[in-house]
Design a binder for this molecule. Structure first.
Ligand SMILES: Nc1ncnc2c1ncn2[C@@H]1O[C@H](COP(=O)(O)OP(=O)(O)O)[C@@H](O)[C@H]1O
Ligand SMILES: [Mg+2]
Length: 164
């Protein structure tokens, strides 16, 4: 069954283990780098310090990360920049994917995490399911997903996850 059907049926369960979020983000960035290069986008990974592990479902967390970077790549033009950063905020790790892309209109912002919502700028490739699913998966981890955006300037998606 697809994650989304499971979630709708209340059957989405996590397989938790201690996860090195910094390493996972770095791997994801390297995996996506060839596409960024092809698109002429500067993908910067600013993560340095070691961070404490988070208790997470590593496969689903990886899906979330890939899709956040996928969104950033979809909505950023050649010559743009994507930064992935990680910081500790109290009892949370905050992962940020920040792009210099087309941004999201303020009136659209509350809608983008709704199921099947796709923005007017969205290329035909998407399903509009991503953010709705990722937000719920992060919620199941006891964390939350926040989106800030300036139309024409870019978008920052932040994922907060409690440290173990
Ligand atoms: N980084 C981003 N920059 C601009 N708009 C975005 C970004 N990420 C998401 N969006 C907007 O949110 C909508 C929903 O995103 P998502 O659920 O991932 O759907 P999809 O990727 O299938 O279009 C997108 O169609 C787009 O309008
Ligand atoms: Mg998407």
């Amino acid at each position: 069954m697809l994650d989304f059907s499971r979630l709708a049926a209340g059957q989405l369960t996590l397989r938790l283990s201690p996860v090195d979020l910094a390493g996972l983000v770095q791997d994801t960035a390297e995996q996506m780098r060839p596409r960024a290069v092809r698109q002429g986008i500067n993908l910067q990974n600013t993560i340095k310090a070691p961070f404490p592990p988070v208790e997470a479902d590593v496969d689903r967390l990886k899906q979330v990360l890939v899709n956040l970077v996928d969104n950033a790549l979809k909505f950023t033009l050649a010559g743009g920049r994507i930064i992935v950063a990680l910081e500790r905020l109290g009892q949370n790790l905050a992962l940020k994917v920040c792009d210099t892309g087309v941004g999201i209109d303020p009136q659209e912002l509350p809608l983008v995490t709704q199921r099947f919502y796709r923005g007017r700028q969205a290329p035909s490739s998407g399903s509009g399911l991503g953010l709705a699913l990722w937000e719920e998966i992060i919620g199941l981890h006891g964390g939350r997903l926040e989106i800030a955006s300036q139309p024409g300037q870019g978008t920052t998606v932040t994922i907060l996850l409690p440290v173990r």
